[in-house]
Ligand binder design. Structure first.
Ligand SMILES: Nc1ncnc2c1ncn2[C@@H]1O[C@H](COP(=O)(O)OP(=O)(O)OP(=O)(O)O)[C@@H](O)[C@H]1O
Ligand SMILES: [Mg+2]
Length: 230
């Protein structure tokens, strides 16, 4: 089953009189439980695409369905509901609240979605991202990798089935970046659908499928040579 179905997506940004064609007709389907990496040069439209797939922004043209719901022209008030129910986001800048502990940062989305905060859910998420021993640390008392783990935990706490990550390892050293990919691989094993934008082509190939963007268009799929997908 496709959880993401995009057809002919375009995105035009307006900067004064200038039009920037960030996406020029992108079609792709992502299946439930799939692990997809998106790579491409700076400015090729990776963030623009991820923002559309995550219902953070609306396309200028084309169509997009998330879990069978046509979200192409939904107003923000409806997109926010879809985002909370279906999608977890991880950004390169971790966007943690400096005065809240690791655990409190992870639990924060529950406040917005008005779900009860329960201790066992917090523990489950802390275990999943390997942070049980840092639960009460403030962000400035955490390493970069640990901060990114908090950001991943926060993306998971609302129990989305799709996790989208934009350069989640961009601010991390290569060893920590590999560990982060390990967490995403575990999520895929647990049945999550994961789409990651990355500049790191070596890590990108650990996904089931690598999608390449250039000048707002997809290049043909490159089959992955990792052992799971010979
Ligand atoms: N809000 C905006 N207004 C105008 N132009 C924009 C806006 N956001 C992005 N763009 C332009 O759209 C194009 C695609 O940008 P995008 O951020 O998707 O690139 P990217 O592939 O994510 O690059 P990077 O690897 O540097 O993050 C670029 O030419 C960029 O300058
Ligand atoms: Mg980007």
């Amino acid at each position: 089953m496709s959880v993401i179905d995009a057809s002919g997506l375009t995105k035009i940004y307006h900067r004064g009189a200038e039009e920037v064609h960030a996406l020029r007709g992108v079609s792709l389907s992502v299946q439930a439980g799939e692990f997809v990496s998106i790579v491409g040069p700076s400015g090729s439209g990776k963030t623009a695409l991820l923002n559309l797939l995550g219902c953070l922004d609306t396309p200028s043209g084309g169509t997009l369905s998330i879990n069978g719901t046509d979200v192409t022209n939904l107003p923000e008030s409806c997109r926010v509901i879809i985002r909370r129910a279906e999608i977890g986001f991880v950004f390169q800048q971790f966007f943690l609240i400096p005065t809240l502990s690791a655990k409190e940062n992870i639990l924060l989305p529950l406040t917005f979605s008005k779900k009860p905060v329960n201790e066992s859910r917090a523990q489950e998420i802390l275990d999943m991202v390997g942070l049980s021993h840092r639960a009460d640390h403030l962000p400035h008392e955490l390493s970069g990798g640990e901060m990114q783990r908090v950001a991943i935990g926060r993306a998971l706490v609302d129990d989305p089935k799709i996790v989208l990550a934009d350069e989640p390892t961009g601010n991390l050293d290569s060893h920590t970046a590999e560990q982060m990919y390990g967490i995403f691989e575990e999520l895929v094993h647990k049945g999550y659908t994961v789409v990651i934008v990355t500049h790191n082509t070596e890590l990108a190939h650990r996904a089931h499928r690598v999608i390449r963007l250039r000048d707002g268009l997809l290049e043909p799929d490159t089959p992955c040579s990792c052992p799971e997908n010979p």
